[in-house]
Design a protein around this ligand. Sequence first.
Ligand SMILES: [Zn+2]
Length: 142
Amino acid sequence: MIMSSKEAVPDRPKSYTVQVGANSVNFSEQKTIIKALMRPRTNRDDYHTMSREQQVNLIRLRTGHNRLNAHMNRKFKLAPSPTCACGQEDQTAEHILQRCPLLDEERKEVWPSPTPLQTKLYGSRQELEKTTTFITSAGLIV
Ligand SMILES: [Zn+2]
């Protein structure tokens, strides 16, 4: 027997709410939450597949919340100067990853040809590994 959709679900309420702790969640919000939970996580970047230590280093480099002189001096006054030991620029993630002459040797070891900062911080797993390897081999604490 074929039923119309109206007959198939005769008593479905137009809307209802469910108490979740102190917050109420209506039917449409519940659908959104459930769909979000069911959705495969396709947009995770390779960062999520790395070790905790590698993740911490990458996040610090990405956000600028790190122990490099520029941040430690400006934010916390914990470094005497924001300048890098090379004296050329503020010691930022971009400076150490891209330009610091004191790290040229280690940089060329990891990246034989020039590589954009974006790739070093947001590239594939392989690229991200290179970045964490560079930080370790340069003896940097970020
Ligand atoms: Zn430098």
